[in-house]
Design a protein around this ligand. Sequence first.
Ligand SMILES: Cc1ncc(C[n+]2csc(CCOP(=O)(O)OP(=O)(O)O)c2C)c(N)n1
Length: 560
Amino acid sequence: MKIQQRELTGGAAIVEAARANGMTTIFGVPGAQIYPLFDALHGTDVDVIVPRHEQAAAYMAMGYAKSTGRTGVFTVVPGPGVLNAAAALCTAMGNCAPVVCLTGQVPSSFLGRGRGHLHELADQTATLRTLIKNAWRIESASDASRLVNRAFRDAAGGRPGPVAVEMCWDTMAARSPVVIEPPDAALPEPAIGEEALDAAVRLLAAAKKPMIMCGAGAQHAPREVELLAETLQAPVTAFRSGRGVVPEDHALGVASVAARELWDDVDVLVGVGSRLEMPYMRWGDSMRYERKPSHGPKLIRIDIDPEEMRRFEPDVGLVADSATACRLLVERLRNRAAPSRARAAEIAAAKRVAAAAIDRLQPQAAFLRAIRAALPRDGILVPELSQVGFATYTGAFPVLAPRTYVSEGFQGTLGFGFPTALGVKVANRDKPVVSVTGDGGFMFGVQELATAVQYGIALVTIVFNNGSFANVLRDQQLQFGGREIGSRLQNPDFLRLADSFGVAARRVEQPHELQRALEAELAAARPALIEVAIEAGVEQSPWPLIHMRKRPSEAMGALP
Ligand SMILES: Cc1ncc(C[n+]2csc(CCOP(=O)(O)OP(=O)(O)O)c2C)c(N)n1
């Protein structure tokens, strides 16, 4: 059904097209080129959230997308605005977040002239195409609907990721007759190759100790993955992006350390929407690229992106939506799989070994236990690159539901956490959301405390303040003869800082105090900051439990 033709500015055409694609919230920072776009939002029911830095607009859109599966939208001025958002865009690319960036451009007659017009980049769409899935210029208001539809379709379709559209300053301001089309149909699912499916079924039917490893591409398929796991009696694990697909308190749900305990005996690995960084790079050699695993179990990969099969070749590759592929495997394995009865006991034993190993990771494990105790099953945790954040990779914070652990993905972008968590909370006003960050990473986006207050975003942020970039400090102490450089931080008084923004703040030292403080702030449902004061250098290194060459029961002696 076509909606009537109307006279709209280019900016309004973009907004109307985005609304037709389901946009109900937009994050963004205004500026001259995109005034018409902001003006078009005026008086609509779209929730407009303006953070204090463009990076936060993009991170918030990413958090919105990762925690819901819906496409997140943000708008920034071209040039420096887009570049300020670029670290978040490449993070969203790395963690497969469907995000649409709406931006401007110099006036059309200045395109490609190099005259130095406001915010001019030599070639913005070309620059963006090296970072994200795709980018287009909308040449006229009448083309806005078609290209915005494509942007939404492509952001969510195939392997999800960020895309961008830009429009020239004059085009965005000019009025012309516009028709807003209905959204594009979703990209069709790839047809699964029968031969590959048969080969996967044969491998799995003969498998004695299969394992399933999930990535971001499994988050929409929790039932299907769980059914496959139950059919095979296979443990299901994940490193970051696939956490919670099968709850880690389910008999078959295992986080990374428990998975490493089981790994040496695994004969078939099924990767579901995952790059499989954990077993082959973290537990293997992260300095030497392998096109195909040189040892270890037979590998079946399910991935919607055919390129993935070339980047890391499996024995059997199923280019497919993970829900469909898992469902088909379950159907065909139902009478053929011979799950081992002893498997349940082995998985339970591996979990006990993991728990004992994780218990040594102090004080991080105790703090994470306190956070888990305060957060309900559907509460969402956004970790950050930090001593406590890294510790979450091990299973020290069990993830109990899909989309409740929103991580940074392979970009490892320090500073992503706090602004991403704000976007998560905007999208999940009814759920508790907690940001866990170090003092260094928090200060990358500290100004967004103002955003939290202005828009009533009841995020609880826990800042573990050790006055250092602790990882860097440890590496300098252990690997560089104690030559400390650039790793100690002089911080503000976080309580007074938070107070000056109007954010409730308190300081704790012990895990039980943290649990009580977190429970109180979650109940108060207001923007809050809890500072945990920690002495620099006291945290056990989480890395022996992340880069595990040996199973934890063998390596225990060498562990901290
Ligand atoms: C964009 C970016 N810059 C730098 C780094 C390198 N880096 C990783 S962790 C880290 C220190 C983080 O310190 P802090 O946030 O205080 O947490 P802590 O480790 O002290 O708990 C640094 C500098 C990075 N990962 N990403």
